[in-house]
Design a protein around this ligand. Structure first.
Ligand code: ZN
Length: 319
């Protein structure tokens, strides 16, 4: 695939930061040694990554009081002096995530301190993914894995690193339920056979995606969750169209996260986990996590069956 000038400057930034910023250098080198393990299911995989540096994100306190008491690590004036950035338009700065999950891991904050909410910025997600064809760009809702819910940001990681990037095509053909189709756009639902329920939107038209996302968000709003409907979003641009995966959510963290002693599992699902790459900061969890735990945890954090059926029925009614 052709690299854009923008993507070339992002890659140059990655190289420069890995050389010139000791924290990033150590953590990107460390990533090469992380242990991983695969749990196979019928026609798909969940990959586990043991990554102790991610403890600050997995166990991040994101309640209002904790957020108030810390300096914002995404605001330009409180970022580390070594951290450089590349502008994306006038509104965003592309940064290297110094605690990587991906060989290329970007954090892309808005250039002003404003809360995490997708509505005003959704079309920016599409623009960004189009300009970063080598990456999957993603959004964590404020209660779905964002460790800075007070400062709007996207993230991006190498495409095809999360299992869902390559699985979604075959999985949608096998288990998908077509909810909507016209000449430019299709919306397919995948249910709990894939452990986490999702809507898969494909379109060559940005306007169509903005329209359909708005409509789906309206339906999700009717579920009555406080604030923005809980969700994770993954965006790709390939073969002249966008591919967007929306995971509607019920819980921020599973009950195992809050358990004590041996039954505790520090797994805090965000976009990357919903994409099938599970980050575990503790060795014990990495070694012991079973297929049964994975199924149970996805079941808890995904939208419940009844609400998903209702959502599908609403999407099927033609706009
Ligand atoms: Zn900020």
């Amino acid at each position: 695939m052709e690299q854009s000038d923008f993507e070339r400057s992002v890659n140059a930034l990655l190289e420069q930061q890995k050389q010139g910023w000791p924290l990033a250098q150590a953590n990107y080198l460390g990533l090469k040694q992380v242990e991983s393990r695969t749990i196979s299911f019928d026609g798909f995989q969940i990959q586990l990554q043991f990554n102790p540096e991610r403890i600050r994100s997995s166990a991040a306190k994101t309640d209002f009081k904790s957020i108030q008491q810390r300096a914002c690590f995404l605001c330009a004036d409180s970022r580390p002096p070594e951290q450089q950035g590349v502008s994306f338009g006038e509104d965003y700065t592309v940064l290297i995530n110094p605690f990587p999950i991906f060989e290329k891991h970007l954090t892309i904050p808005l250039n002003r301190h404003s809360p995490q909410e997708i509505t005003p910025y959704f079309s920016d997600l599409l623009d960004l993914s189009r300009q970063l064809p080598e990456f999957t760009v993603f959004y964590n809702g404020p209660k779905c894995g964002a460790s800075a819910p007070d400062h709007f940001h996207f993230q991006a990681g190498n495409r095809n690193r999360m299992p869902v990037d390559s699985e979604i095509g075959p999985i949608a053909s096998r288990w998908g339920e077509l909810l909507f189709k016209d000449e430019k756009t299709s919306i397919t639902a995948v249910g709990k056979k894939y452990l986490r329920k999702l809507c898969y939107l494909r379109s060559e038209s940005k306007e169509a995606l903005v329209f359909h996302m708005d409509r789906i968000r309206g339906f999700l709003n009717e579920r009555g969750q406080e604030g923005e409907p809980m969700m994770n979003l993954l965006a790709n641009y390939r073969a002249n169209q966008w591919e967007l995966i929306l995971f509607p959510r019920d819980q921020q963290r599973p009950r195992q996260f809050f358990a004590e002693g041996a039954s505790q599992i520090l797994m805090s699902p965000a976009s990357v986990e919903m994409g099938g790459l599970v980050i575990l900061p503790r060795k014990k969890d990495f070694k012991q996590l079973t297929a049964c735990d994975v199924r149970d945890i996805y079941g808890q954090v995904s939208i419940n069956d009844a609400d998903f059926e209702e959502l599908k029925a609403k999407i099927k009614q033609r706009p």
